[in-house]
Design a protein around this ligand. Structure first.
Ligand SMILES: Cc1cc2nc3c(=O)[nH]c(=O)nc-3n(C[C@H](O)[C@H](O)[C@H](O)COP(=O)(O)O)c2cc1C
Length: 193
């Protein structure tokens, strides 16, 4: 039986699984994920807090519609860093479908694969209100502590500003859907993502 041994989590969580049902990895996943969670839990969550509730991990029109129905305050288009499932869609490719479904009812944010200012620009052009960054900040932190983490954000900001200048956008509100081409523009031009 193979147990995933996560060195960085040693002493924090147990990854030792003994199971006679399926693989050890499956048993581990079942142990850390609650499969009973469903959309109705969002309603319960809303009943116990006045804080805004954003649903993370939405990649399709169907889930965006469900999120609207249960009354969330926003959506984060995310594939959780593509660390769970091979061939999960790139979030930048899923963004437009979700933005179209939401029709401006609440903010749509995006994370996953944001590495350059141009990535931020593309997401904003396709209708994201903002992007979130995971690993790049952690890499900066690992290399140079707080300064490294700050530097990564500065680099993204500088690159975004340069992209805006080169695209004729003096402000964020000048970044529009016309600045990128996607498969939705087939017939006009090839995708440029
Ligand atoms: C080490 C690691 C652990 C993560 N754990 C979780 C998690 O428990 N739940 C979750 O929703 N996302 C998790 N994520 C995904 C991040 O929250 C975020 O969606 C992702 O890192 C964004 O993509 P990026 O790293 O390409 O910027 C994790 C990411 C990393 C790198």
């Amino acid at each position: 039986m193979i147990s995933p041994q996560l060195k960085n989590l040693e002493g924090l969580i147990s990854t030792q699984v003994v199971s006679d049902k399926g693989s050890s990895l499956e048993a581990y996943a079942n142990q850390i994920l609650d499969a009973s969670l469903s959309w109705k839990d969002v309603r319960w969550l809303k009943s116990i807090t006045n804080l805004p509730i954003l649903i993370k991990g939405v990649l399709t029109r169907e889930d965006a519609t469900k999120a609207m129905e249960v009354g969330v305050d926003g959506i984060i288009v995310s594939n959780h860093g593509a660390r769970q499932l091979d061939y999960t869609p790139a979030t930048i490719s899923a963004l437009e479908e979700v933005v179209d479904a939401v029709r401006g009812k609440f903010p749509v944010l995006l994370d996953g694969g944001v590495r350059r200012g141009t990535d931020v620009f593309k997401a904003l052009a396709l209708g994201a209100q903002a992007v979130l960054v995971g690993r790049p900040v952690i890499y900066g932190l690992a290399v140079k502590g707080e300064h490294g983490a700050r530097r990564v954000i500065e680099m993204l900001k500088d690159e975004l500003e340069l992209t805006m200048a080169l695209s004729g956008c003096p402000s964020l509100t000048d970044i529009t859907r016309t600045h990128v081409r996607t498969k939705h523009d087939i017939g006009k031009l090839q995708s440029m993502l």
